[in-house]
Design a protein around this ligand. Structure first.
Ligand code: FDP
Length: 279
């Protein structure tokens, strides 16, 4: 696991450089979700693939930017799913973006996840790695330094509601409105990594990306986005549900499967389950 952690750190440093210096124009290709790929998405995907290809314990990788998984070592235990640059549409307006990694043992299934990690490229570069505990690291002088352990409170103050409001179900709108009427503050940048990072570091709240009329299975991808953050939130003392069920109990039939998702502290997730019961 240590060499995987180091490879992620190495990739993050190179991605930071690429973000700072490379052209951020679009390529002519689309990714598996039909989004136009930025040249930087492709570049960062290659950076991560190259770092992981050096590690003998990695069996296969799956990237948000690749149609299919790539196998390196047939007998090895670890399967890694990653999104090289999540929220890349925010790059041209210079908002924070991130990389997300889910580390699985013996196959790409939530129940097989053994660690998860994300990196936020903001004014500073920070990395959160969850294995037994959830630990925050900061990039300083070209090396990642441990800062602190992250724990969620039982109730937070922030509300990050994803998706287009006109496509929300009425009971979802009621849930979002009820949090605002309790005094929750809106914090939504449109980047899953910085939005979830903010809730984690400020002690709690709710991030939601529900099933909507235009995206009945949600937008966010299970292997690269939803499972890693569910693992991280649960290890930090929070909760993650698809509206009813614990996300870490969900199956995954295709590497690009999506799911509705709700991440938060105890109080907000109980409200989600209550709002969605009998639906
Ligand atoms: P993006 O499309 O910019 O890559 O991964 C998808 C994602 O960003 C998440 O980072 C983000 O939380 C979400 O989509 C935002 O979607 P909406 O604009 O539909 O709210």
């Amino acid at each position: 696991m240590d060499n995987i952690f180091k490879a992620i750190q190495q990739s993050a440093k190179k991605i930071k450089q690429a973000i700072d210096t490379k052209d951020i124009g679009y390529s002519e290709s689309q990714n598996s979700s039909g989004e136009l790929q930025l040249q930087l998405d492709i570049k960062c995907d290659m950076i991560i693939e190259e770092e992981f290809s050096k590690i003998a314990s990695i069996n296969s990788i799956a990237s948000e930017e690749k149609e299919a998984a790539v196998q390196f070592h047939k007998q090895s235990p670890y399967f890694i799913a990653y999104d090289p640059i999540d929220g890349s549409s925010l790059l041209d307006v210079n908002l924070s973006v991130g990389s997300i990694f889910g580390i699985y043992k013996d196959g790409f299934e939530a129940k097989n996840m053994v660690a998860a990690c994300y990196v936020v490229y903001g004014p500073r570069v920070e990395m959160v790695f969850a294995h037994n505990k959830v630990k925050l690291h900061l990039l300083q002088n070209n090396s990642f330094e441990y800062i602190k352990e992250i724990r969620l409170n039982n109730k937070g103050k922030l509300n990050a509601p994803g998706g287009t409001q006109q496509n929300w179900k009425p009971y979802h709108k009621q849930l979002v409105d009820s949090l605002f009427s309790e005094g929750y503050r809106l914090r939504y940048s449109g980047g899953m990594v910085p939005d979830l990072h903010q809730i984690l570091l400020k002690g709690g709240g709710l991030f939601s990306y529900p099933a909507t009329s235009d995206k009945p299975h949600g937008k966010l991808r299970k292997l690269f986005e939803v499972f890693p953050f569910a693992f991280i939130y649960k290890k930090a003392g929070g909760f993650a549900v698809d509206s009813k069920q614990d996300i870490m109990e969900l199956g995954c039939s295709h590497i690009h499967d999506t799911s509705p998702c709700f991440f938060g502290s105890k109080y907000e997730i109980e409200k989600v389950i209550d709002a969605y019961k009998d639906r």
